[in-house]
Design a protein around this ligand. Sequence first.
Ligand SMILES: *Cc1c(COP(=O)(O)O)cnc(C)c1O
Length: 225
Amino acid sequence: MSPNLIDPAANLRAINEELNSALIEAGRKGDAVTITAVTKKQSPEQILPALAAGQRVFGENRVQEAQEKWSALREQFPGIELRLIGPLQSNKAGDAVRLFDVIETVDRPKIARVLAQEMEKQARRVRLLVQVNIGEEDQKAGVAPRDTDAFLSLCREQYGLTIDGLMCIPPADDDPAPYFALLAKIAARNNLADLSMGMSADYAIAAQLGATSVRIGTGIFGPRP
Ligand SMILES: *Cc1c(COP(=O)(O)O)cnc(C)c1O
């Protein structure tokens, strides 16, 4: 499909409706899930219709790409919330704390330590989620499910961090439901409120299983260039 046939505003409306029905069906409040519009590799021209339609929460997976794209857009549109959903290198932690409102990919002690230092230095608090490698895949980042409780304690006790929730990306070719349910269970036993799970192919299932935010890219903006 050519990019000019894609209507991000219409896609957002349809996704919102589907989320709303899935939530009501699951006995949750119709607005219990925030849509994070994933704009990695998308140009400002492709993002503008979503901003014009009122979308304000966006996800990027690279610090530098986000800096280049969002400085100007942020001046034009007040109230934008930016979320880092890709892996973070420790030498980019300072930039990430300056730019993002939420970092969803805390996944190792070193990153927890440098984020704590940077937030202190910049006197800025960023909301943090721990990424769980929910399918225990070699190629994916994240803390193993069985190590998550201990890692959360380390973040709190050793680095004084408040962790608000968990994020996961289930294995591509499996039924995602058991993985979403496992993430919800780990969050519940650690008293964590935020669950970032569900993408274009499975956001309705994630919403039924307790997601508080879903990360949707192609479903809103079409295929990435
Ligand atoms: C790219 C990306 C998404 C969005 O994926 P779509 O299938 O395009 O919706 C969600 N989460 C993460 C971590 C991503 O990198």
